[in-house]
Structure formats: C-alpha cells, structure tokens
Design a protein around this ligand. Structure first.
Ligand SMILES: Nc1ncnc2c1ncn2[C@@H]1O[C@H](COP(=O)(O)OP(=O)(O)OP(=O)(O)O)[C@@H](O)[C@H]1O
Ligand SMILES: [Mg+2]
Length: 215
C-alpha cells in the first residue's frame, strides 16, 4: 500500500505541484493519464524517494519514506520498488544479462535471470549489448530489471511512449501478466486511453491536483 499525504512540490514560482491525498492498494494496478508537464513523473519520483517534496508525507505500508535519509531511501527503492524510467536508464554499453546482474552486485535477492528473460521474450538477446537493441527490446530489459527482485511496487513511466500501438499493447500486456501473478501495486503513466484501460483504476492527474497549486 502506498499513501501520499498532503504532498507539495514547489520547483519554483511558476511550477507548484500540490496533490490531494491518494492511496494505492496492494494487488491493484493504476494508470495515470495527464498532459505533458503536469507532474506525473514528479509524483513517481516522490514515491520512489528520488525527489523530496517540500511538504507532506509518503508511506509504503507503515514506513514513512519521506522520513528516511537519502541513503535509506536509495536502499529502500533498490529492495522494494521496480522503477521503469521514462528514458530506461539502462547501461547501454553493457549486455542485457549484465544490466540484470548489477542488482546482484548490490546484494538484492533476485529471481533467476534465465527465467525472467524467457518471460519477457529476450532469452536469445542475453549476451547482446543494450545499445544494439530496438526500443521495444530495451523496454523489455527495463521491465526485466524492475521485476527481477520481486518488488512490492512497480512504477512505470510512459512504458509505451516510444512504441507504436501494437508494440505498446504487447508491453502493457506483459506488465499486466506479471501484475496479475503478483500482489504488487503497479502505477503506470500513459498518454494513451487504450493503454490506460488495462489498469484496474484510471486516475486523471488533474483530478488529484489541488487547484491553485500548479500555475
Ligand atoms: N528538477 C526540476 N527543476 C525544476 N522544474 C522541474 C524539475 N523537474 C520537473 N520540473 C517541472 O515540473 C513540472 C512537472 O514535470 P514532470 O516531469 O513531473 O511532468 P510530466 O507530467 O511527467 O510530463 P511528461 O508527460 O512530459 O513526461 C514541469 O513543468 C517541469 O518542467
Ligand atoms: Mg514525465
């Protein structure tokens, strides 16, 4: 369970993101729809402990993430949150398998690499450098990396943003398949209504903004 309470992030005079209280429940999937620049990535980053809000609190179960030191937040994220970033954040010069092995170096409990690569359809790309993969394949590596540690929470920022409709649906179906097999909370951001309908609940970002916050 994730609880976002009275969170405000003021980047500057012109950009103030003030959020209503929101709760995300275990085992549920949520799609966040909203216009560019409204604060969707910022919300995911606040949940993940990457961006610190000016005010408010974020809880994951009974842990107040906003109260942890930066090092504790980083450890918490490594262990508990699978974050599929808008720009992947993969190591382009490393192979698919070495991108996944990085988590083991951090001493995170991981499921078998063969197993996860099979499930995301990348078993034959194991030894290929990430920079040689297509956009859809990179997205699959990012998904494998987020799932390999069996996280409590999956955050996916525009997981289909760079893909055409057919490839986008394949990726959403893959995320949905993993989600249904687990009890994790999944939150994905999308611009596309057709992707959003895969979620248990659709959240229109403007509905969770406190009016007058964002200028
Ligand atoms: N580090 C930062 N410093 C200053 N302003 C920032 C910073 N990060 C984000 N912003 C601003 O906050 C607002 C929300 O940004 P955010 O990336 O959360 O939007 P978004 O909804 O994810 O947009 P998109 O759909 O284009 O990805 C934007 O106006 C952005 O310019
Ligand atoms: Mg964004």
């Amino acid at each position: 369970m994730i609880r976002v309470e009275k969170v405000k992030k003021d980047f500057n005079e012109d950009t103030k993101i003030h959020l209503k209280n929101i709760e995300f429940k275990d085992g549920k999937s949520y799609a966040i729809l909203g216009v560019s620049g409204s604060g969707k990535t910022t919300l995911l980053n606040i949940i993940a402990g990457i961006v610190t809000p000016n005010e408010g609190r974020v809880f994951v179960d009974d842990i107040e993430v906003t109260n942890l030191t930066q090092k504790e937040k980083d450890n918490f994220r490594l262990k508990n949150i699978g974050y599929i970033f808008q720009d992947f954040k993969l190591m382009e010069d490393m192979t698919v398998e070495d991108n996944l092995n990085l988590l083991k170096i951090e001493k995170i409990d991981c499921i078998d690499i063969d197993n996860i690569l099979e499930q995301v359809g990348l078993k034959n790309k194991r030894k290929i450098k990430v920079k040689k993969l297509s956009g859809g394949e990179k997205q699959r590596v990012a998904i494998a990396r987020s799932l390999i540690k069996s996280p409590k929470i999956i955050l996916a920022d525009e997981p289909t943003g760079s893909l055409n409709y057919e490839k986008g649906i394949e990726i959403i179906e893959l995320l949905d398949k993993f989600h249904k097999k687990s009890n994790h909370v999944m939150i994905f951001v999308t611009h596309d209504d057709r992707m959003a309908k895969f979620a248990d609940e659709v959240i229109h970002f403007e509905d969770i903004l406190v009016k007058g916050g964002k200028k």
